[in-house]
Design a protein around this ligand. Structure first.
Ligand SMILES: [Fe+2]
Ligand SMILES: [Fe+2]
Length: 264
């Protein structure tokens, strides 16, 4: 296997950094680099992580929209409190959570009812865990703790995102052309889900999530979790044992975000 010395050295940093490096550290870095290169050659694929993985597991934040081609430095995670609340998850795992905070802020400004605001706040938090089919995962994860309407809305917003509804001013998102490409046709199960949701009595519950689903960063919008604390208190049934430890059917999903580094 041929190694371009200059390319390898460039991965280590500046000349000063390289000179200060002990030999065994250099050797180890070289081995690392070669293993990585070899993997690339054998798989013929530069992607280092599946696009459907969650942010906590190394995927790029969804708004970046690009397949991951280089390892991303993962931020150090703080240990969570023993009985974590939803607010703790926002603080320790979801932060900065700009996208969902923007959605919820928009919903609040436009006078939506509290459950819709909560649905907007929670609609994409599961992207920290997993991205593929995030509507279904996200709904399931919070199902034991919210009203049926809120989880229904979150489950179906994923499919509705692909289908405009001019009656409420919802257009096909620009962002989706970047993420999925111009010619993208949603999978048949997405279309079927849309058709089902379209005719459901709660259609507007899910549709309103898409209406407030602002992708572009809004520089003029200051976001914080504070305005939503009371709404969480009224509409999210916080288990006294802490999320992840209450024995609910989805507790393991919360635990996976508490301990994303556990090997098994
Ligand atoms: Fe979403
Ligand atoms: Fe979203």
């Amino acid at each position: 296997m041929e190694i371009d010395r200059r390319v390898f050295l460039a991965t280590l940093g500046s000349t000063a950094v390289i000179n200060a490096m002990p030999d065994e550290e250099k050797a180890e870095a070289l081995e690392h680099y070669m293993t990585h290169k070899l993997d690339e050659q054998t798989t013929g694929n530069e992607l280092v992580i599946r696009r459907g993985s969650g942010d906590l597991f190394g995927s790029q934040p969804q708004s970046a929209g690009e397949p991951v081609r280089a390892p991303r430095a993962l931020k150090q995670l703080e240990r969570m409190p023993e009985k974590p609340t939803l607010v703790d998850f926002f603080t320790y795992r979801f932060a900065p959570a700009t996208h969902v905070l923007q959605s919820a802020t928009d919903a609040m400004k436009k006078g939506e009812k509290e459950e819709t605001i909560l649905a907007c706040l929670m609609h994409d938090v599961v992207l920290n865990l997993i991205k593929v089919d995030h509507g279904w995962w996200g709904a399931q994860m919070i199902e034991p703790y919210v009203s049926e309407k809120v989880s229904w809305a979150i489950r179906h917003h994923q499919a509705l995102r692909f289908y405009p509804d001019e009656s409420v001013g919802y257009h096909y998102p620009e962002q989706y052309i970047r993420i999925f490409g111009k010619e993208y046709v949603p999978e048949p199960y997405i279309k079927k889900t849309y058709e089902y949701a379209r005719n459901h009595k709660w259609y507007m519950e899910a549709r309103m999530i898409t209406v407030h689903d602002l992708y572009a960063f809004q520089p003029d919008m200051k976001v914080s979790l504070d305005p939503f604390i009371d709404i969480i208190g009224r509409h999210f049934k916080q288990p006294k044992e802490g999320l992840g430890f209450d024995g609910s059917p989805t507790a393991h999903m919360w635990r996976s975000m508490i301990f994303p580094d556990h090997p098994l």
